[in-house]
Design a protein around this ligand. Structure first.
Ligand SMILES: [Zn+2]
Ligand SMILES: [Zn+2]
Ligand SMILES: [Zn+2]
Ligand SMILES: [Zn+2]
Length: 453
């Protein structure tokens, strides 16, 4: 007998999304407006805010773009990419008046608490104050990169201009002189058009000439410096590939050239249903909050199916598998299963026989969450040949599985129908809204593992 920890096998139970791709329930959203499942591939993702994961500073997207999506104050260790912290230390400095005497001064440097790298290792100057900018390594190609960026920006403006002009000229053929009876809207539109054309003209005039020289390919390669043949390699001094890739603009080969990197910003994003454009997930704006303003994850609306107990499965022999159904909603719901024959399913390779009766899942009660005692199912008219056990809002159901494969994992498929009550808060208090009750269905595919040897 295999008894699996039901929390660790969520990937084994896959649910068919409305877009036709299967995902575990934890990766699905439920749109209450379309009453359909949505996965990460069929929702639109929107960036709500940028923030630094270390100092939790919030940044508008324009500023984030300007700072190349990096925080101005926080740094990552160039050696192990852990966050660097500012350390204070005192150093003795010769006195200005009397060279023989010395005074101690407080200075600051950056250090990694994980790998012990410090900014002193690479000869970065200590700072006199804890705040303010740190020395930065100048990229030798900055001018070239900004020239290229400017060149491509102008190129894209010119292309846009050309497109606009084509559109205007095409439209202009249908233009007639506005007569006196013409509405003010038309004249306003034509004046807007004129000003747009004029602004395009000014852009054209402001365009400055940028020379982008082409780089010639060459057959000749510079010979390796002699030190590679004569000096022994000290591996601790050579930068690792990961360290080099973290700073592609410098591509340092020596660890002494690794400079601290500004910490990358993270984003908070919200998901929106592509069909009805309602929000499915919206985080709170504050970067330090992990709460959501809105979170329509499927786990809160769909009965969760888990593998509870799988006996030794044998080729072409029927076995009883216990599946656990969990009701996440605060109302009693009915479920009904319908088997899918392996020949009608793209994934299933084995036969499943499911109970024909409609079954009742008790309402979830947060106060009784830990009261996990087995319950007597008489009030629900549970049949012992179908219902293995009933605990609060959980129900263990017996299904019969006949593996029809001898080499692969045993996979079965069925349709889960369940009652969904759309309880939305009424707009006005006087209005009493009754919940909309509907039967919804989802295709569930379960991987029960390999046959027993
Ligand atoms: Zn999808
Ligand atoms: Zn920061
Ligand atoms: Zn480090
Ligand atoms: Zn929707």
């Amino acid at each position: 007998m295999k008894k699996m920890a039901d929390l660790q096998q969520y990937e084994k139970v896959q649910i068919l999304c409305s877009c036709g791709i299967r995902s575990p329930i934890t990766k699905l959203y439920f749109c209450k407006h379309c009453m359909k499942l949505r996965c990460k591939r069929c929702v639109s993702h929107e960036v709500d805010s940028h923030f630094c994961p270390n100092c939790l500073e919030n940044m508008p997207s324009a500023e984030a773009k300007l700072k190349k999506n990096r925080c101005a104050n926080c740094f990552d260790c160039p050696s192990c990419s852990h966050t660097l912290s500012t350390r204070a230390t005192s150093v003795a400095q010769p006195d200005v008046e009397d060279q023989k005497k010395s005074t101690t001064r407080k200075v600051y440097y950056l250090a990694c608490g994980f790998c012990r790298w410090s900014s002193r290792d690479i000869g970065m100057k200590d700072k006199q104050a804890a705040s303010g900018q740190w020395d930065e390594k100048e990229n030798a190609n900055t001018t070239r990169i900004s020239d290229l960026l400017e060149y491509y920006r102008q190129l894209s403006i010119r292309e846009k201009q050309e497109r606009e002009r084509k559109r205007f000229t095409r439209r202009r053929t249908y233009f007639s002189m506005p007569d006196k009876s013409a509405s003010s809207r038309t004249s306003r539109r034509s004046s807007a058009l004129m000003s747009a054309l004029a602004s395009l003209k000014t852009i054209e005039n402001n365009e400055k000439e940028i020379a982008v020289e082409e780089v010639e390919a060459s057959e000749e390669v510079e010979p390796l410096p002699a030190k590679f043949y004569t000096q022994a390699v000290v591996l601790e001094k050579v930068a690792a590939i990961e360290q080099r890739h973290m700073q592609p603009e410098f591509s340092c080969s020596n660890i002494n050239e690794l400079f601290p990197r500004h910490k990358h910003l993270l984003i908070k994003r919200s998901q929106r249903c592509r069909e009805c454009e309602h929000n499915l997930s919206k985080p709170e704006f504050n970067p330090s909050s992990i709460k959501f303003k809105l979170q329509l994850i499927a786990l809160h609306y769909l009965p969760d199916v888990r593998i509870f107990l799988v006996p030794n499965l044998q080729f072409e022999r029927e076995s009883h598998v216990t599946l656990l159904f969990v009701n996440p909603m605060e109302y009693t719901t009915n479920i009904k299963l319908e088997a899918i024959e392996p020949e009608n399913s793209p994934l299933a390779n084995s036969k499943i026989v499911v109970p024909e009766e409609e079954l009742i899942l008790a309402a979830k009660d947060d106060t009784a969450e830990f009261d996990d005692q087995p319950q007597d199912g008489t009030q629900f008219e549970d049949k012992p040949e179908i219902v293995q056990f009933r605990r609060a809002h959980k129900l263990g159901i017996l299904v019969k599985v006949t593996p029809l494969t001898s080499t692969n994992d045993v996979i079965v498929s069925f349709i889960l129908r369940y009652v969904f009550k759309n309880i939305s808060t009424p707009l006005r208090n006087t209005e009493e809204k009754l919940p909309e009750i509907s039967w919804l269905q989802n295709e569930v595919t379960i991987n029960l593992g390999t046959l027993s040897q």
